[in-house]
Ligand binder design. Structure first.
Ligand code: NAP
Length: 306
């Protein structure tokens, strides 16, 4: 049995592992895919204190090495459920993956979020055939081509900036006329000759046979415009990955886990950290901060129970 099982190896989960190991607790980190989480898709992080101009991949690799060097164990298995083994507080937690079952005294759920889809007809058909949810993964396929990014958050703005260096032309399609993302990124986009803002507009229709060839957008007045393009990068936000843990945590309407400032959930010994938690500011710095807070709370919980 581990003292603490951390579910998810993004910045929040790996930081929790670091803090728990430094408190001399045994830690098992379970991750479905590979370590790093969403941040590995960010080409350059500019807003993490003292780490300006580091790539998301390098950042994640550094945190991973730090956690491993401190003795955290990582296993790459998807967690399908977390259960309490008894009715009293202080009972063990049972964490099941498709292959195995593990027990721990406390569990930190740092599962992050997944891409939200646009919800337009034939979107799934064109994934990998012109539609992508990751500019840094797939942008290189669109060198000297014409692409569009949908969204107005930091991801969309950063994706558009990244693609403006790769593609000949970038449309930025956003449903409002102001951006949710940082003004600094929007200002840099305005300076680019090959970026065109298509504001107050949403994607109505996707065109093409085997590959995406164009999209039709509509504005608030109902005027439509068809943009010929080679690629559409969808960056319209994320959906928290909490559905498997619903009995343990209270979820809000958008599916984010309710927790206190101490990252505690309504279930003793179950903590939540990072983008799957309800909070105002979802940034790398708040994800790592959550990891530290959740691990500290988990350590206190274990010490109080023993
Ligand atoms: P986000 O901030 O939630 O933005 C999603 C954007 O998509 C919003 O502009 C939203 O429009 C739009 N949208 C949502 N549903 C839509 C739909 N069905 N059709 C069209 N547009 C739709 O998501 P994000 O950009 O992925 O960022 C997630 C979090 O990570 C944020 O907290 C962000 O600040 C953070 N992040 C930080 C960094 C960084 O610090 N470097 C980088 C990337 C992301 P409205 O604005 O009209 O709601």
């Amino acid at each position: 049995m581990a003292d603490i099982i951390v579910v998810g190896a993004g910045p929040a989960g790996m930081t929790a592992a670091i803090y728990a190991r430094r408190a001399a607790k045994t830690v098992l980190v379970l991750e479905a895919l590979s370590y790093g989480g969403q941040i590995i898709n960010t080409p350059e992080i500019e807003n993490y204190p003292a780490a300006a101009h580091i790539s998301g991949f390098d950042f994640a690799s550094g945190v991973y090495r730090q956690a491993k060097d401190l003795g955290a164990e990582f296993k790459f298995e998807k967690v399908i459920s977390v259960e309490e083994t008894g009715e009293d507080t202080g009972e063990e937690k049972l964490v099941r993956t498709a292959k195995n079952a593990y027990t721990a005294k406390a569990v930190i759920l740092a599962t992050g979020s997944q891409n939200r889809k646009l919800g337009v007809d034939r979107e799934d058909k064109f994934v990998g055939r012109g539609i992508s949810y990751c500019a840094t993964c797939d942008g290189a396929f669109y060198r000297k081509k014409c692409v569009a990014v949908v969204g107005g958050g930091n991801t969309a703005l950063e994706d558009a900036l990244y693609l403006a260096d790769v593609a000949d032309k970038v449309y930025l399609i956003h449903r409002r006329d102001s951006f949710r993302g940082e003004e600094a990124s929007a200002a840099r986009l305005r300076e680019r000759d090959n970026v065109e803002f298509v504001l107050d507009s949403t994607v109505l229709e996707l065109h093409g046979e085997k590959k995406l060839t164009a999209v039709t957008v509509t504005d608030r007045q109902g005027n439509t415009r068809t943009l010929e393009l080679d690629g559409l990068f969808v960056a319209v936000g994320r959906i928290p990955e909490n559905s498997s843990f619903e009995p343990l945590m209270e979820l809000d309407d958008a599916g984010y886990a309710a927790s206190g400032e101490d990252c505690c959930t309504r279930t003793a010994g179950i903590f939540v950290a990072g983008d799957n938690r309800r909070k105002d500011v979802r940034q790398l710095v708040t994800a790592t901060a959550d990891g530290a807070v959740a691990a500290t709370a988990a350590v206190r919980y274990i010490n109080a129970e023993s």
